[in-house]
Design a protein. Sequence first.
Length: 132
Amino acid sequence: HNILATPVKLSTCHLCFQKGNLKHMMIKCCYFENYYETVHKAFCMLVLENIKISLFSLIYGYKVGQEEFKDINVLLSLIYFITYKCWMSLMKEKNYKDPINMLVHEIKTRTSCTLYNKVLFKQFLCKLTGLL
């Protein structure tokens, strides 16, 4: 149904002024094109090129149920959370945020937490910052 908990009616994208829906907002909006390209390049540098930024991976994750991919799914959730956070920042504060810088900040914050695989997050952060 393309419903997402947001005060925004998704008939028109407020970032690129195209027709908007959930897929557009979270995946296809040109505002996030560079962000997702950079994220994909970082995954490729970690030999994780099979991970695709798509509505499917947003909803289902990557190889869900397989323990060895749990940390990748946490990272994917964070990547999509940043997209949503940028949208909400624009809607509430009328403030455009750079999603790549936000992701770098969020990963740095989370690497200090014992819940996350510090190795994967640090490797991804290293590749991501190397692309900036």
